[in-house]
Design a protein around this ligand. Structure first.
Ligand code: 16G
Length: 240
């Protein structure tokens, strides 16, 4: 099964073997994998080698450990291409997943300085601050706070943002969403974020800050989003 005198180290071969088994459905998300002892007997290698393979897979987010219980298969991460300006609702639909939102707050306020300058607003420019938890198949994926100019969307309501905001902009207001600029950073979730996303305190998250524009180059949204890093990864094609 494993090749002893192979240039690829044994722990690496074990990782590849276990990944294949997971992909082929021998283990499903949430299943416990065999213990170190069982794996070392099965592969005829030391427990150290097995430990190395399992640790690498835990670091890669393929497996997760629960203290005192064992090591389990994690759910596959959602792969989000860094191309195409799609809404959360569209993203989930594309994957055959259901999307929903929990509205945490819906306020109208004077735009904070940094938001006002990104949205090209004058001093007295009011914005909506819409904070939502976004769910995919009922699992919390992201917390998003969107800032949108009141002047552009005078009739926005709580009911509208329970559904798709982009759908409202495009289909009801007939606005054309065109492009965006975003920054992605790694962070540890703060207490509130871990509570909203139902993850352990200080878990890794991906923080995205994005400014989106209409086709006439008018900025319509600044969003600050926090995505679970254990469920999300961003993918891009690059060329040389
Ligand atoms: C995405 C956008 C967010 C936008 C939302 C609209 C990022 C980081 N954020 O989540 O800016 O408000 O889509 O989704 O991608 P909706 O149409 O489902 O409300």
């Amino acid at each position: 099964m494993l090749k002893k005198n192979h240039p690829l180290p044994m722990y690496y071969q074990i990782e590849e073997f276990l990944k294949l088994e997971i992909n082929e459905g021998a283990f499903h998300p949430g299943d416990m994998i065999p213990s170190e002892r069982e794996l070392s007997e099965r592969f005829q290698v030391s427990r150290m080698t097995v430990r190395q393979a399992v640790s690498n897979m835990v670091n890669d987010g393929i497996l997760y450990r629960e203290k005192g219980r064992g090591t389990f298969v994690a759910e596959k991460k959602i792969e989000q291409p860094l191309k195409g300006l799609t809404s959360f609702t569209e993203d989930m639909k594309l994957r055959g997943m259901s999307s929903s939102s929990r509205l945490l707050s819906f306020d109208v306020m004077q735009a904070p300085q940094d938001i006002a300058s990104k949205l090209n607003l004058e001093d007295d420019g009011d914005v909506y601050a819409v904070k939502r938890i976004r769910f995919a198949d009922k699992q919390a994926m992201a917390v998003e706070t969107s800032f949108l100019p009141v002047s552009l969307l005078p009739d926005l309501t709580e009911e509208i943002v329970h559904g798709s905001m982009y759908e409202y902009l495009e289909n009801v207001l007939d606005l054309r969403i065109s492009h965006a600029r975003q920054e992605i950073e790694a962070r540890a979730a703060d207490e509130k974020e871990s509570e909203d996303l139902q993850i352990e305190a200080h878990s890794p998250v991906l923080h995205i800050e994005r400014c989106s524009y209409l086709d006439n180059r008018v900025p319509f949204e600044v969003v600050k989003s926090t995505y679970r890093a254990d469920r999300y990864k961003f993918i891009s094609d690059i060329e040389r």
